[in-house]
Design a protein around this ligand. Structure first.
Ligand code: 4AD
Ligand code: MG
Length: 432
């Protein structure tokens, strides 16, 4: 590193000092006597001012030659400037060009989404994409902090699996030497084993769904947080979920104000997110839809328009509980008083962002679980180990999965989940 190197994030500690920043030219304005260089270095943005009369001719020329995304070292003194965005400016003393970038493909004019996705490796440099990735990182930090501080142990389930967790229709198939294998859809079944060993556990990793859906909420590869808790029933799980989501939102509001502003997010909507969250049974949700002009029969699953219609009633996330067993996964525990519905909930985000959490209490009775294998046409052999969890000291237990990208989309107020992950895997996109 050069002498006196600093980052834009740190310039507030360097007022009055001469420092060097390594960065890229984001934009430039020039009058005959002054160049205003908009610089970014990853940690932030700053304006560096080059005054013709105050620098050697070579420095003036070098600054004038800079093109968009050229890389450079710039040295100068830092001063406070209330008019500039970050509150500080640099008075430039010298400029050392590392490379002049020629014809950077992303110009300040509007580009189509496909073009931007083709150039995702460069698009990441924009202030908006940077803000999203910073918020994503803060959300991940908040997630880990929430569980680490509450006695949960982080456990990593496998990525290559011999069987499905969430149904067989959207599995990614691959070969595992001579056997068939699938990329994991969810680590849940393994997390149940871990909960029987460690009590309260959570996983955080990538999951894969070969879903032929091209919606603003679906990714082929997405990250999921899956807590699993021994001796926790459905109701207690809901309380943990609402505290968890409140914690994430508060943490972003506390640490990412500048990024939320870059995104133009209406933070007053986020400030309303306090637990407890409203709870609506599936039955009540169906009635609400029917009373409000939707064609919807009991037993059907909600689509995006239904979820949005329900979410619009509230300014917080809302739980929809106790869905028909028929439309939910094989492992969910039936309501003992009403076995046609299961002890489950989906948490629907406000503002039309859809389902962000799916969770349930799990079947703990070995016989019922075996019946479910049969009715769901799941091979008993493949799930023997899972049945063992009910044979050897079964206990009531619950868990849930939060989709990271849908959470980021909602908190950032984004139109589409494709911007929430550095390199989105979409139905028609594996590049770059
Ligand atoms: O509702 P899902 O399918 O639940 C499970 O996988 C459970 N095994 C979780 C558990 O109980 N441990 O998925 C959970 C969440 C959804 O609510 C959604 O936020 C996200 O994962 N999700 C997706 N996000 C982006 N793209 C997709 N294709 C997604 N599918 C699910
Ligand atoms: Mg779900």
């Amino acid at each position: 590193m050069r002498a006196n190197m600093t980052t834009i994030r740190e310039v507030h500690t360097k007022v009055g000092q001469s420092v060097t920043i390594g960065g890229w030219l984001y934009n430039k304005r020039s009058s005959g006597k002054i160049h205003f260089l908009q610089l970014r270095d990853g940690s932030g943005f700053i304006q560096a001012v080059v005054v013709k009369n105050e620098v050697p001719e070579a420095v003036w020329e070098a600054a004038g030659s800079l093109t968009q995304e050229s890389s450079l070292y710039v040295t100068g003194s830092i001063r406070q400037d209330t008019r500039s965005a970050g509150g500080y400016e640099m008075s430039v003393e010298s400029v050392e060009v590392i490379q002049l970038a020629v014809d950077y493909p992303i110009t300040p004019k509007e580009h189509g989404v496909d073009y931007l996705l083709d150039h995702r490796h460069l698009w990441l440099r924009s202030p908006r994409q940077r803000a999203i990735l910073v918020i994503r990182a803060q959300i991940i930090r908040a997630i880990r902090q929430f569980f680490d501080e509450r006695g949960f142990t982080l456990v990593d389930p496998p990525i290559l699996t011999p069987s499905s967790c969430e149904g067989t229709t959207n599995l990614f198939h691959t070969k595992y030497f001579d056997e068939d294998a699938y990329l994991t859809q969810s680590g849940q079944l393994y997390m149940e084993a871990a909960a029987m060993a460690l009590g309260r556990v959570y996983s955080f990793g990538p999951t894969f769904r070969a879903e032929k859906s091209k919606t603003r909420r679906h990714l082929i590869e997405f990250w999921m947080i899956e807590p699993e808790m021994a001796f926790v029933d459905h109701e207690e799980s809901l309380r943990i979920q609402e505290q968890f989501v409140e914690h994430i939102v508060k943490s972003v509001l506390a640490h990412c104000r500048a990024e939320l502003e870059t995104l133009g997010r209406d933070v007053s909507r986020l400030e309303k997110v306090e637990s407890p969250f409203p709870r609506l049974s599936y039955d009540e949700a169906v009635k609400y839809l029917q009373d409000n002009g939707h064609e919807f029969a009991w037993g059907e699953d909600f689509g995006a328009p239904h979820e949005t219609a329900i979410a619009e009633k509230y300014d917080k996330p809302v739980f929809i509980t106790q869905y028909p067993a028929e439309i939910k996964a094989f492992y969910m525990k039936p309501n003992p008083e009403r076995p046609e519905v299961v002890l489950c909930a989906d948490l629907i985000a406000p503002e039309g962002y859809g389902e962000m959490i799916g969770g349930s209490q799990r079947i703990d009775d070995p016989e019922l679980l075996e019946q479910r294998f049969a009715s769901h046409h799941l091979s008993k052999e493949a799930y023997q180990w899972y049945l063992d969890l009910r044979r050897y000291g079964t206990v009531p237990h619950s868990g849930f999965g939060l989709g990271l990208e849908r959470t980021v989309a909602w908190i950032c107020g984004l139109e589409h989940v494709r911007e929430t992950i550095p390199f989105p895997r979409l139905l028609n996109r594996l590049y770059p």
